[in-house]
Design a protein around this ligand. Sequence first.
Ligand SMILES: C[C@@H](C(=O)O)C(=O)SCCNC(=O)CCNC(=O)[C@H](O)C(C)(C)COP(=O)(O)OP(=O)(O)OC[C@H]1O[C@@H](n2cnc3c(N)ncnc32)[C@H](O)[C@@H]1OP(=O)(O)O
Ligand SMILES: [Co+2]
Length: 133
Amino acid sequence: MKILKIDHLGIAVKSMDEGKNFWSDILGLKFEGAETVQEQKVTTGFFPVGESEVELLESTSPDGPVAKYIEKKGEGIQHVAFRVENIEEALAELKERGVKLIDETPRIGAGGAKIAFLHPKATKGVLVELCER
Ligand SMILES: C[C@@H](C(=O)O)C(=O)SCCNC(=O)CCNC(=O)[C@H](O)C(C)(C)COP(=O)(O)OP(=O)(O)OC[C@H]1O[C@@H](n2cnc3c(N)ncnc32)[C@H](O)[C@@H]1OP(=O)(O)O
Ligand SMILES: [Co+2]
């Protein structure tokens, strides 16, 4: 598999509006707009930073993964996303090597990217997202 770069850092926030204030008003990053991804029960907000982006995540439902994360650990970095050249190939390789996958086939994430998550138990405690755009 080939990882091209860190695509984004996913940061769980209780409120997109409040989160946005810090990242755009204080740090001066450009807010590229919000998008709800119903399947993941989140509204996302992207801020480009050089070759990568910050992705703020606000839950749309109390039983979504981001709401559960905040309940357990508080606001903060919920996942790291790597951009890969070919996500199906990467997932097949990881599966063959015994890595615990949350998604065995890609789903559709923000901006229409193909995404899939690896289980934090298989990655030394970091929820890893692979994405291909
Ligand atoms: C829109 C899209 C995009 O970019 O395009 C997105 O990013 S969507 C971003 C939101 N979507 C997702 O996160 C989808 C993938 N996530 C999931 O399926 C879930 O959140 C899991 C990662 C499986 C965790 O599920 P759940 O909270 O029900 O399980 P759990 O509480 O039993 O957790 C199992 C163990 O994993 C740990 N754990 C849970 N969430 C974690 C996280 N984000 N980072 C690191 N560790 C984490 C828990 O502390 C626990 O460890 P201990 O056993 O040691 O206590
Ligand atoms: Co993400």
